[in-house]
Write a protein that binds this ligand. Structure first.
Ligand SMILES: Nc1ncnc2c1ncn2[C@@H]1O[C@H](COP(=O)(O)OP(=O)(O)OP(=O)(O)O)[C@@H](O)[C@H]1O
Ligand SMILES: [Mg+2]
Length: 269
């Protein structure tokens, strides 16, 4: 039975897709991994995929919605790393009445066809918090939140936790927030990290990922930074993040329902 992980932040450009790609490639060396690209921008598919003709996530959802047989055939990147491609038409899930009424259960029904075949299903989310993201988070066991320290704020976390509470998934495990494109030598980043740790405790992961131009280069050729430039600091950072997450999977549950009141309490102080 697969562990499902959504990678989500309502802020754009924080490294959601980069994280999905790096964790996906890294974990596929020891586990069987499925990547699902839910973002209509299709950055993940364009980076790692090669078969433009493979069935897209939108095509799977349409079949499920019309009760047609689903023949799961994700694109094989390697024998242990598979991809369900994104689709520009995923924007319809926010406006088409059929999708909206299918709503909350839409992604759970999709995952049913894949859960038994993988150890991990990693889902790259779009930024907007709409029907689709609610459905993805509703069907996920875990959420991982990449963020940028410089603009990380109490209000941002509060908004995020309010969103998560709105998903009404009582078993959603918040793996935590990690800072990407982090520069610990910069005063602002270091200060923000310390402040965040003080405010949010174990919600903030120990691992941070440094900013490196090589990360973008690796993305461009559909490789992980670990394979593309193993000695790069960001490669080592992603390995640490991967270890921290693997250790965390079954060890604790941070439920948004109780984080929200905690945060509200802090706001009142
Ligand atoms: N650690 C890093 N160092 C340098 N550049 C990075 C790093 N992580 C991500 N990037 C770059 O930052 C940009 C945004 O990253 P990415 O696309 O992964 O973010 P995203 O949250 O998925 O964005 P979107 O909201 O558009 O989906 C990309 O150009 C990516 O190559
Ligand atoms: Mg993205």
């Amino acid at each position: 039975m697969a562990d499902t992980i959504s990678i989500y932040n309502f802020k754009g450009g924080v490294g959601k897709t980069t994280t999905a790609l790096n964790l996906g490639i890294s974990w596929s060396k020891s586990f069987k991994v499925l990547l699902i690209d839910f973002d209509p921008q299709c950055n993940l598919s364009n980076s790692i995929g090669s078969n433009q003709k493979s069935t897209t996530v939108y095509q799977y959802l349409k079949k499920i919605m019309h009760d047609h047989d689903v023949n799961p055939q994700p694109e094989e990147i390697t024998p242990y790393l598979h991809l369900i491609r994104g689709d520009l038409q995923m924007t319809h899930t926010e406006s088409n009445n059929q999708f909206i009424s299918f709503g909350k259960t839409m992604i759970d029904k999709l995952l049913m066809h894949f859960r038994n075949d993988y150890d991990f299903i990693i889902m790259d989310c779009p930024t907007n918090f709409g029907v689709l993201v609610k459905s993805i988070l509703g069907a996920s066991k875990n959420i991982l939140i990449p963020a940028i320290a410089d603009n990380f704020s109490l209000t941002g976390v509060q908004t995020l936790m309010t969103y998560l509470a709105a998903v009404e998934n009582e078993s959603l495990n918040i793996l935590g927030v990690f800072f990407n494109m982090f520069n610990g030598n910069m005063n602002l980043s270091a200060k923000k990290y310390e402040e965040s740790k003080e405010n949010f405790g174990r919600l903030i992961l120990e691992s941070t990922v440094s900013r490196s131009i090589k990360v973008g280069e690796a993305n461009d050729v559909g490789r992980s930074i670990e394979d593309y430039s193993p000695d790069n600091t960001a490669a080592k950072d992603f390995m640490k993040l991967s270890d921290e997450l693997l250790a965390k999977f079954h060890s604790q549950t941070l439920n948004p329902d109780y984080i929200v009141p905690e945060l509200l309490e802090k706001m009142r102080d």
